[in-house]
Design a protein around this ligand. Structure first.
Ligand code: HEM
Length: 504
């Protein structure tokens, strides 16, 4: 029986392989990562390897100096690059806005992140409005409250102890995202906590599948333990999520109509218009289906919390590793938000945090939480003199692009926020820095992320100095959809007394 099954799989794979070989004839002059074998492609470099080996092997081959080259994940060929010019051509081409089959593993086909082109195109137009600057400004008091909760939690920990700071950051960004997405207070609603654990659990299983080539075939995946785990988690997750969404629908139906003036407070911030309300408004106007509301709620919760939280873990470690840089960020923060006054975040004051922004960007450069991006041609287009057929897959290595010496100079591996000084930025290719991806299918939450991360850093550095026993070399990564380190950033927090703060 097993033999018959294996023969069928092999025969089907061979047919697929031949089909793709023919399709890739347009790229026959591009180099291929070696060793590459029929049917398995470059898959052997990942088969049976640890997560760290997979990460190192993949980023090793993606360092390729050719502007474009081919990597075969089993029978599936990907055209790869880490060149800013090529990335620009790929990300800005309207005929290259599709996501490859790997995004189907997330099973959120009606959420922006994994949606196929036609669904995405309609939704992105509608959802761009829900992330406008006014709405984001309305979230500032929520970000402020959550960041204060974080600092209180950290202040209650025993001093001088090394802590895994990413856990605390993740909790804070999740609290922010739950409040702004579904209007739920994480501290009062244990169901939300549970839902998040389940969503992250599913995402981890999906990430594990990305380099496990035999599991690309749904029928084979269905035979595995991971699949059974995933189904259980999804079922439980949907029941929590349905309850939370129902609460939002009920709350909305009770709401009295509000006037524009009711919605603006004295600081010029609008009262928060949480996402689920905006999605439900689009649903009531027949612009979004039920499933589109649900899938986008899940998508935004995951895309919005784990990413910023993980990045802030790296940011805290960088502050701890480079005391001079920490001092400079701190100085700017207390200049703009003097210690004698309560913090009052105005849109202009957040913009004034220029060095802090340069610092965050440098963290995003060396530690881009989304290290690899994929696209698929949704129609034929021309790239570098080649006619790229519909259905061609692309992989852009952001991690390698951000560390390229040709782009960032001989000290590309060194942590230096000055890389983002206006002078240095002027000289650089506009697509050399892509932590939020590029073109129309970029991160819809990039401004949300920058504002919330700045607010967290303001509160963190007004309250603590950070140090660490780790070295930057201790950060070793394992393969995942996100850039995750094996040994998590560990920092030691020391409370700043008001006197010590005023000396600064
Ligand atoms: C440091 C923080 C963040 C980083 C580095 C980041 C990065 C990215 C990247 C690289 C993509 C493109 C993925 C791809 O093409 O495969 C993306 C997409 C997306 N992100 Fe973010 N993100 C962050 C925070 C957020 C936040 C806070 C939200 C929402 C509140 C968010 C919501 C989304 C959504 C919905 C998409 C899909 C967009 C589309 O396909 O139209 N992200 N993000």
């Amino acid at each position: 029986m097993i033999l018959i099954l294996l023969s069928i799989i092999l025969a089907l794979s061979l047919v697929q392989y031949i089909r793709f070989q023919r399709k890739m004839s347009f790229a026959k002059n591009l180099p291929t990562v070696q060793p590459c074998y029929p049917v398995v492609g470059n898959g052997l470099m990942f088969l049976g390897k640890s997560g760290e080996e997979r990460f190192n092997n993949l980023s090793g081959v993606l360092k390729n100096s050719a502007k474009l080259f081919k990597l075969w994940l089993g029978v599936y060929p990907f055209i790869c690059t880490s060149d800013p010019g090529m990335a620009q051509k790929i990300f800005t081409n309207p005929n290259c806005m599709e996501k490859p089959f790997i995004y189907d593993f997330f099973k959120l086909e009606y959420g922006l992140f994994a949606a196929h082109y036609n669904v995405w195109k309609k939704q992105r137009k509608l959802l761009n409005l829900t992330f406008n600057q006014k709405i984001l400004n309305g979230f500032v008091p929520i970000f402020d409250r959550c960041a204060q909760n974080l600092v209180q939690t950290l202040a209650a920990l025993p001093e001088g102890k090394s802590i895994n700071i990413t856990d605390y950051m993740n909790r804070c960004t999740l609290e922010m995202v739950c409040a702004t997405t579904i209007g739920s207070d994480l501290n009062k609603n244990p169901g939300v906590n549970k839902l998040m654990t389940l969503i992250i659990g599913v995402f981890n299983l999906v990430s594990a599948r990305i380099l496990n080539i035999p599991l690309y075939w749904e029928r084979i995946y269905r035979l595995t333990k991971d699949y059974r785990k995933e189904v259980l988690m999804r079922t439980e997750g949907y029941s929590y999520a349905n309850q939370i969404l129902q609460d939002a629908v009920d709350r909305r139906s009770k709401q009295v109509a509000r006037t524009e003036s009711d919605e603006t407070d004295d600081d010029g911030y609008r009262r928060p218009q949480i996402f689920v309300d905006q999605l439900l408004e689009l649903h009531e106007g027949n612009k979004l289906e039920d499933i589109e509301v649900n899938d986008n709620v899940y998508t935004i919760i995951v895309a919005g919390s784990d990413t910023s939280g993980t990045e802030l873990g790296y940011a805290a470690l960088m502050l701890a590793l480079y005391p001079d840089i920490q001092e400079k960020v701190h100085r700017e923060i207390v200049e703009i938000f003097p210690l004698e006054d309560p913090v009052n975040f105005k849109p202009e004051s957040l913009k004034q945090l220029e060095y802090t922004e340069m610092f965050i960007k440098e963290c995003l450069r060396l530690y881009p939480v989304v290290p690899n991006l994929m696209r698929e041609a949704n129609a034929e287009f021309e790239l570098d003199g080649m006619k790229v057929p519909k259905g061609t897959y692309f992989l852009v290595s952001i991690y390698n692009m951000h560390r390229k010496k040709e782009v960032w100079g001989p000290n590309a591996d060194k942590f230096d926020p000055e890389n983002f000084s206006p002078d240095r930025c002027k000289e650089r290719h506009p697509f050399a820095f892509l932590p939020f991806s590029g073109g129309n299918r970029n991160c819809i939450g990039s401004r949300y992320a920058m504002i919330s991360m700045k607010i967290i850093l303001v509160h963190l550095l007004r309250s603590f100095t950070l140090s660490t026993k780790m070295k930057s070399e201790d950060l070793r990564f394992y393969f995942d959809g996100m850039l995750r380190s094996i040994n998590k950033p560990q920092v030691i927090l020391e409370r700043r007394t008001f006197a010590s703060l005023c000396v600064n």
